[in-house]
Design a protein around this ligand. Sequence first.
Ligand code: SPV
Ligand code: MN
Length: 593
Amino acid sequence: MLDNVSRAKLEALNNPKVMAYVEEAIKICRPAKVTVITDSEEDTNYIRELAIKNREETPLKLKGHTIHFDSPKDQGRDKQHTRYLVSKKVDWGLDVNYILKDEGLPEILSIIDGIMEGKEMLIAFFSLGPTNSPFSLRAMQITDSAYVVHSEKILYRSGYEEFKRLNGSDDFFYFLHSAGRLVDNVTADIDKRRIYIDLEENRVYTVNNQYAGNSVGLKKLAFRLAIQKAQREGWLAEHMFLMGVHGKPGRTTYFAGAFPSACGKTSTAMLPGQSIVGDDIAYFRKINGEIRAVNVEKGIFGIIENVNPNDDPLIYEALTTPREVIFSNVLVNDGTPYWLGMGKEPPAEGINFTGHWYKGKKDENGKEIPYAHKNARYTIALEELDNVDPNLNDPNGVPVKAIVYGGRDSYTTVPICESLSWAHGVFMGATVESETTAATIGKEGVRTHDPMANKDFISVPLATYLENHIKFAEGLKEVPTIFATNYFLKNSEGKYLNGKLDKLVWILWAEGRVNGDYDAIETPVGRIPKYEDLKNLFKQHLNADYTEEDYNEQFAIRIAKYLEKMDRMTEAFSHIKLPAAFAAEMENQIKRL
Ligand code: SPV
Ligand code: MN
């Protein structure tokens, strides 16, 4: 089963724990064949070709483009079946989905028993973060899906050599995945989909799924393990983009930003004229009195809806020219992908996530099926983009000068606001609210409280997590400035008050603030821009007239709404013992209002 080539590749790692995991996985999953993937181009090509041979991916017309479909029932993160495997009951002050090991382990082991019969097991190694870096962690992925390894080859740095550097250490994450029984190339036994995360052993089992948010171990599954490790070791793992903001020629100010899914995170990191380091997950450490951060990934698994030449010209260009891209759950007609909001009429039929699709096709509930899924995505390496930041792979990361927290709030918070202090900024981040979107399975548009846009992933008690954030600024020579944004403010008639590119102005204003270019107005909720500065930025960067009426409507402090929000927050935090510094921020905010 394990042929001589693969055995030799494993033995070269000289790592007993790797060997033990592999032997155990083979014993339980019983694959027909086992292949070890190293960092070589030859091995990456093997994966690209296997994904096509297996029919997990189909080539499209443009060179390097492929399409992958997930089951209609596997189009987002499955929160209900994503659970922590724990030895004893947990109470983290969050809505935590867990299962006791006594029950969960036998269940998952019985589901994966023989699950790879007749299939090929792939064993691949990755680095979470740049290679040769003090920030980075190592991960081993075992899966029967070439699509999963292909996605990981695009999204993460290969880490076979990093495992060699580990020198036998057991300090790595381990992910065991199986897409399970496939019918028409998609997972058939969705009712047995399970995603079990063992924080005590740093290992994850995920089965009967293909959607990358469920299957790709290195994304949100590794992220949960990293949050706990960070907590223990005094650094931060965050659901954040990293970008270089260039407010003046020759000036780069690095920003990090946390936004719930589908709240403008990628499009902020991709703003015209700026440079992208990462769009989803970052690790932060204090080095010589400053905060530095790396992108855990080197690619984007992005929402494709509304990527069009006007709103996201850079991504649109990348997705419509030859290069390596995996499209998922879009419509394909004659080898060409079509997605929602691309600014082009789709054809009346084609292949989509429901098989053959035609205009007017209905699902089992009689609801019309859209031609592409709302959570359809693209997977692309950052190096494929012209705006990639030159320091993407710097092992020492980039210096972070500002952190932005963004929610989706129709009626309350102003478009941009600077915190009064680091602790006040942590408070701003911890009180992010957002209306739910298609990135998770379930009802859309429900208002949820989403601390640091991280509620789905925080794997430690919320109070400890907040305390870790507050403490992180201790001993710094220069403390980053924290801002809160809201791109989704509406007027009383329910119309959005801002255009999609207005966020460029908010971010450039924040960059100017960090560099001492602008004064600000102090309000009960933080510091807001002065009208004149925004007017100039709108003119200079968007060639738009920003009127005083616009400003007054957008930056009015809606006191009654803010107080309602504070009531919701008081309730949300009522069941946990808040760190004193955080509780004080909350109290003072209410007093000021
Ligand atoms: C998100 O939903 O926050 C994503 C995509 O970044 S997923 O991989 O599904 O987590
Ligand atoms: Mn995300």
